[in-house]
Structure formats: C-alpha cells, structure tokens
Ligand binder design. Structure first.
Ligand code: ADP
Ligand code: MG
Length: 253
C-alpha cells in the first residue's frame, strides 16, 4: 500500500458481551505509514477493539478490511499471516526462556504456543533461519546484546521492547500496541518513543493504545478517541486535545 492510503478500515464495528456494548458502531481507518493513537478512559473498549482487529474475538457486527480485503471473521492465525501483529496490555513473555527464544516465538505469525512445538519438528536449516531472523529483530530494537539472557531478568521497559521485537519477527504491515508505556520509567518511555518513530520511518504502520497523554501526544500522527464504546473524536493531537467532548470524557467522568 502507498503511504497515506488506508491500510486498515473499520466500518461500524460492534462488540456486545451480553447486554454490554463494549464497542458501539466504531468506524475509522489506519493509513499506511502513520502512528495512530487510540485513547479513551478505562473500560472504553480499546482492548476489545484490538481483539476484533486481531480475530481474538468475533465482532457482533461491522466490517474490517486490511488492504481492501475483509478480515473480520478470519482466525487470529490468518490475520497474523495477513500482516497484523500485536502486543498485549499485560506482558506475555516466557520469563524462563531466553530473550532470543522469546523473539523467535513471533516468527511468521505462528503465534504463542505453536512455534516451539513446531520448532522441535523443524529441520536445522529452518530453525537456524528463524533464530537468525529473531536476532535481527533484537538488534533492530537494541536488545541484541541480551539475546542469551532469561527474558524474566530484563527490566520492564526492555521486556516491553522484547514484545515488540517478537511482534516484528512476523514482519507485520500493521503493529498493534496495547499500553506499551504502562509502568515504564521516564527514560524507558523516551527510548520506546524513539523506537516507535524509527519503526514508523522504516515503514511499519502502528496503532497504539496508551494512557500516558504526554507520550501519546508527542508521538502519534493522528488520534481516535473512544468513550463507552463509541468514537467521540478523531484528528491531530492538537485538534483532539482541545475538543470539548474529549475534555468531558476525561475530566467529567
Ligand atoms: P479498555 O481496554 O478501553 O480499558 P476493554 O475493551 O477492556 O476497555 O473493556 C470494554 C468493556 O467491555 C468493559 O466494560 C469491560 O468490562 C467489558 N469486557 C471486556 N472484555 C469482556 C469479556 N470478555 N466479557 C465481558 N465483558 C468484557
Ligand atoms: Mg485495555
């Protein structure tokens, strides 16, 4: 896709959990080459929206297209294979496994549990290729020197970056990050912000959920704001920051 064109389109997405409408008729697009922020108060439906985009949960209604092709209804594996990778709100590393093995878990969209099991059945050449690719992603994000360490020994900021390296190992077109700066120290946030800019400049399109407003406002190209499952604003950081509905959602609740 060309820079600026829609990479992902969401049209009228709805997700109900029984009587609760977690995502309510949400429409937006993510343009190729941008960092789009998705913000909103706790419980607004941000993580659920991620689940819809990645096929972890089926949408109740609506359409989701990646490069014009419908992906709603497809399996998480198929969507990952089509080029959508994500990190989760809570760190999901294997702490006892090495940094390199954790990064290798993301290779080629095989997802969480599958890769190691299948790795045992891989021939040596295939295994070497996956580990080579994982090391390349670690070097790309600045964790190359920690490859042999247990992932659980990394600082939280490094663990978050390792999760990004793992997501990058599937060579995604679109990277979805769920609160990557949560709990990070100031210098870790600065490092993360610089990394996301580098990735964007290398052509990775990014959708970012994040609560830290300074972090978001200084990083993203555009923002979508949700509250109670509904999109209430969309635009540049400068325009969204002054929007009365956004101020109300954050201060009036
Ligand atoms: P956010 O990530 O914006 O904080 P969530 O997407 O996690 O919000 O949650 C949106 C709403 O949906 C909340 O009211 C939450 O309790 C509800 N919710 C999320 N997941 C489920 C689920 N699996 N079953 C029932 N309710 C859920
Ligand atoms: Mg969430």
């Amino acid at each position: 896709a060309q820079p600026g064109q829609a990479l992902l389109e969401v049209r009228g997405a709805v997700k109900r959990f029984g009587g609760l409408v977690a995502v309510n008729e949400v429409s937006f697009e993510i343009r190729t080459g941008e960092i789009l922020g998705l913000i909103g108060p706790n419980g607004a439906g941000k993580s659920t929206l991620f689940d819809l985009l990645t096929g972890v949960q089926p949408a109740t209604a609506g359409e989701i297209r990646l490069e014009g092709r419908r992906i709603d209804g497809a399996s998480p594996r198929a969507i990952a294979g089509a080029g959508v990778a994500r990190t989760f709100q809570h760190v999901l590393l294997r702490p006892e496994m090495s940094v390199l093995e954790n990064a290798a878990l993301g290779a080629h969209g095989r997802g969480e549990a599958g890769i190691l099991r299948s790795a045992l059945r891989l021939d040596r050449a295939e295994e070497a290729r996956i580990l080579f690719e994982a090391q390349r992603q670690l070097d790309r994000v600045g964790l190359g020197e920690f490859a042999a360490q247990a992932a659980g020994h990394l600082a939280l900021g490094q663990q978050r970056i390792l999760e990004i390296a793992r997501a990058l190992a599937s060579d995604p077109k679109l990277l979805l990050l769920d609160e990557p700066a949560a709990g990070l120290r100031h210098h870790e946030k600065a490092r993360l912000s610089a990394l996301l800019r580098e990735l964007r400049d290398e052509g990775v399109t990014i959708l970012l959920v994040e609560h830290d407003m300074d972090f978001v406002m200084n990083l993203v190209d555009r923002l979508v704001v949700v509250d109670f499952g509904t999109k209430i604003a969309e635009g540049t950081p400068a325009s969204v920051r002054g929007d009365p509905r956004v101020i109300e959602a954050y201060l009036g609740g």
